[in-house]
Design a protein around this ligand. Structure first.
Ligand code: F6P
Length: 338
């Protein structure tokens, strides 16, 4: 068999581990693996190259993706969709494994309905893909957020300051919530739960009055209810607008209330570097399982884990919108706010 693999959307630590899993299993069974370069763009433009066992041997240690990525939307037009389907045939593929978030896999699900023989593997540091509680890169990203907060707290403490940390995640608050909790943030703001800036300030005031004269505020970049800077500028082919600027807005409000405050935008630091153990191990297992599904001709599915079991779900679930943080979880997190 000739199996194609592509990675689409933002890169994430652990993508290479999934590729390694695919190539190892495929080669064991005598299949060939073709790396489609730059996500869907590679399928549309037929940019691809074979992946050897030798090449992937050590890649589970590395962040990023050895087959590159892009935010190309194959469903941008009828023509690009047709070209993607043509590319699959022209490259002589028997099956395609697409690794990506809701954009990449959503497009994959729709192309599957047009006849693309595809399997999906969930990836995104944002952790917001419906139908799965695992997405490649999230575990590493929240480690990075946690480490950043560990570092920021010592400087906040020394200067008796408030530091507001802006955390990626687009329209979901998973990274800010989990990274914020693990890093000991004293207040967390996520897009799913509207709060008033006065609530944040009141909380900080309580803390300072109780003698703790420093605070960390974790805020998800996708928070737009303070309406600071959410621009209408469309940044990619999937129609996403630029998010961010909210940490600066909150820090300014805190300053106006009489505290010394700074803000930090973690940005792409959260996507770089080596994957965590979980982001090495699970993607490798999912890669192996995805090849098994291609062998069986079971297309239109996404592979993921539930507990310690590898499971499959219909790929169509990814088109249901984003998986948001449930309100109950935020309620529980409030136990740690000042
Ligand atoms: O979807 C992953 C993500 O890192 C989001 O958290 C973030 O908003 C976006 O990608 C950034 O996109 P880009 O890398 O294109 O700037």
């Amino acid at each position: 068999m000739r199996i194609g693999v592509l990675t689409g959307g933002g890169d994430a630590p652990g993508l290479n581990s999934a590729i390694r899993g695919i190539v190892f299993r495929a080669h064991k069974k005598g299949h060939e693996v073709i790396g489609i370069l730059r996500g869907w763009r590679g399928l549309i433009e037929q940019q691809a190259r074979p992946l050897s066992l030798d090449e992937v041997e050590e890649i589970h240690r590395e962040g990023g993706t050895v087959i590159l990525t892009s935010r190309t939307n194959p469903l941008k037009s009828e023509e690009t969709a047709a070209k993607a389907l043509e590319g699959f045939k022209a490259l002589g593929l028997d099956g395609l494994i697409a690794i990506g978030g809701e954009d990449t896999l959503g497009a994959c699900a729709k192309l599957a309905h047009k006849g693309l023989r595809a399997i999906g593997i969930p990836k995104t540091i944002d952790h917001d893909v419906p139908g799965t509680e695992f997405t490649i890169g999230f575990d590493t990203a929240i480690e990075i957020v946690t480490e950043a907060l560990d570092r920021l707290v010592t400087t906040a403490k020394s200067h008796e300051r408030v530091i507001v940390v802006e955390i990626m995640g687009r329209h979901a608050g998973w990274m800010a919530l989990f990274g914020g909790l693990a890093g000991g943030a004293h207040f967390i703001v996520i897009p799913e739960q509207k709060v008033d800036v006065d609530e944040i300030i009141a909380s900080i005031r309580r803390r300072f009055e109780a003698g703790k004269r420093y605070a960390l505020v974790a805020v998800a970049e996708g928070v737009t209810f303070f309406a600071p800077k959410a621009s209408d500028e469309v940044i990619d082919e999937f129609g996403h607008v630029k998010v961010g600027g909210v940490a600066e807005y909150i820090a300014n409000a805190i300053k106006k209330a009489g505290f010394e405050a700074r803000h930090v935008v973690l940005g792409h630091l959260q996507r770089g570097g080596s994957p965590s153990v979980r982001d090495r191990l699970i993607p490798m297992l999912l890669g192996v399982k995805a090849v098994e599904l291609v062998e069986k001709g079971e297309f239109g599915k996404m592979v993921t884990i539930r507990g310690e079991q590898i499971i499959t779900v219909p790929l169509d679930v990814v088109t249901e919108g984003i998986r948001a943080v449930p309100p109950e979880l935020y309620e529980i997190a409030k136990a740690f706010f000042a």
